[in-house]
Ligand binder design. Structure first.
Ligand code: APR
Length: 238
């Protein structure tokens, strides 16, 4: 409780707050995480499903997997952790939600100031003309889907080995620099450059608060690490 109280004071006293979320924030909604118990990468090979090479090799296989994930995500709802961040965004003059999640649950909860580092599973991108557009159909009627130009479309997400969208990391670093509190929620902090924002925030002088059911490689660097489900802890903080 003392830690919760302390973090509440830090948040209340902060003009600017930045947040980094990972798959763990959507776990209580029923969206599987990637690592740890029941993680997607325990049952599926990332190199066969989430790389540009895999898509070039077998676009249909990759789309079958993304189609399955879209159907699963379409059936669930944002949870109290997502909703608490919407309240924090309304409350704070300076606020940025930096997410690694492509599930769109932050949007559905009502968050607005979102930086989607790894893209959005509900948008498609054409390999030919580069167009990208929203498509919320689950399931998609035809795999692989195609662009109006006739080109094959891919999910508008960042795959392993691909760079983040231009300027995204700069925007995220800027958001962290203007925050007195940096909440790190439900990420195993294994994937870079996203995880690099944690030491970056510490270096920039923000109070780093980790919220996770487990320890992570950056637990020792955090000013406070709250152990437990985000859906139970965040409503107590905000
Ligand atoms: N509340 C808080 N934390 C939780 C909860 C919960 N209810 N459930 C699980 N966690 C924690 C786990 O302990 C773990 O540290 O969430 C983290 C999930 O880690 P990962 O599955 O590795 O997900 P993430 O860190 O978002 O992965 C980063 O890797 O696979 C790629 O592109 C994908 O964006 C993803 C990136």
């Amino acid at each position: 409780m003392a830690d919760i109280e302390q973090v509440r004071e830090w948040i209340a006293g902060a003009a600017g707050v930045a947040v980094l979320t990972g798959a763990g924030i959507s776990a209580e909604s029923g969206v599987p995480t990637f690592r740890g118990a029941g993680g997607l990468w325990n049952n599926y090979k990332a190199e066969e499903l989430a790389t540009p090479e895999a898509f070039a090799r077998d676009p249909r296989l990759v789309w079958e997997w993304y189609n399955w994930r879209r159907e699963a995500i379409a059936k669930v709802l944002p949870n109290p952790a997502h909703k608490a961040l919407v309240r924090l965004e309304i409350d704070k003059r300076i606020f940025t939600l930096i997410t690694q999640n492509v599930d769109g649950l932050h949007d559905r909860a009502g968050s607005g100031k979102i930086l989607k580092l790894h893209g959005d599973i509900w948008r498609l991108r054409c390999l030919e003309c580069g167009a990208n557009w929203p498509d919320r159909r689950a399931p998609l009627p035809k795999l692989p889907p195609h662009c109006q130009c006739g080109g094959v479309a891919r999910p508008n997400v960042v795959w392993f080995g691909e760079p983040l969208p231009d300027g995204m990391m700069k925007e995220a670093e800027h958001a962290v620099e203007s925050a007195q509190v940096f909440l790190v929620i439900g990420t195993s902090a294994n994937v870079f450059p996203a995880a690099g924002l944690i030491p970056y925030a510490r270096h920039a002088g923000a109070k780093v608060v980790e919220i996770n059911t487990d320890e992570t490689p950056y637990t020792n660097l955090a000013d406070c690490s709250l152990r437990g489900p985000a859906g139970q802890i965040l409503p107590q903080l905000i």
